[in-house]
Design a protein around this ligand. Structure first.
Ligand SMILES: *Cc1c(COP(=O)(O)O)cnc(C)c1O
Length: 216
């Protein structure tokens, strides 16, 4: 796949929406093509995979978008500019502690399980407000956004979930103070990023539309 051209086209298409170029399973050489084409941010799902590749990747903002395990928190805080996949109070408290150890304020987004799916990570939509209240006392994290992965349904059926996320985002934007400054809504992937943008996404996370089908 022509990574450079694909990246350029998507950047042009999405305009002022921020692109996270999702690079799981992709080799540094191809990731660098996307960065050269102007991809401002790369998103990785696994801490270890990114650590193994990072020396060969051009300078770029980095986001963690996959579930974070407690035993990887220290590394994640060292490696990522933003951790988008905050899915429990336990993990954000661990991040706060590790960030304090190295004098960092870790930027994070809260992951919302917008379809209330039992098998999926994330806060339930009705848990977000309480979580934000509790997070106010954590000095070494800063909540700058919400992210979601809607249920796996045909693209057009994702629209109601994106609408729900936008409503939640607009509500939580009002909660701002100190370390809570929610201004990014991260939703939409290769199959549905156009719909997500129509519904108010400020950031989309796109992998296969740039790199082609992933091979595991
Ligand atoms: C893999 C992944 C994406 C990108 O998926 P594509 O369909 O390849 O665009 C986006 N967000 C998360 C959390 C992912 O794991």
């Amino acid at each position: 796949m022509p990574v450079y051209e694909n990246t350029k086209l998507i950047l042009e298409e999405i305009g002022s929406t921020t692109l996270v170029c999702v690079t799981k399973t992709i080799e540094p050489e191809r990731i660098n093509e996307a960065i050269r084409a102007g991809a401002p941010i790369i998103g990785e799902n696994r801490v270890q995979e990114y650590e193994d590749k990072r020396d060969d990747i051009l300078p770029c903002e980095t986001h963690l978008i996959g579930h974070l395990q407690t035993n990887k928190v220290k590394k994640a805080v060292h490696l990522f500019d933003v951790i988008q996949s905050i899915d429990s109070m336990k993990i954000i408290r661990d991040i706060d502690r590790r960030a304090r150890d190295i004098g960092k304020v870790q930027k994070v987004y809260l992951q919302v399980n917008i379809g209330n799916e039992p098998q999926k990570y994330g806060f339930g939509p009705d848990e977000i407000k309480n979580a934000i209240t509790e997070i106010r006392s954590l000095r070494n994290v800063r909540v700058e956004g919400l992210m979601c992965i809607p249920p796996f349904v045909p693209p057009e059926q994702t629209r109601p979930y994106f609408k729900k996320m936008k409503a939640l985002f607009d509500e939580m934007k009002q909660e701002n103070r100190d370390n809570i400054d929610i201004r990014t809504l991260s939703m939409g992937m290769s199959g549905d990023y156009r719909i997500a943008i129509e519904e108010g996404a400020t950031m989309v996370r796109v992998g296969s539309a740039i790199f082609g089908k992933r091979e595991y």
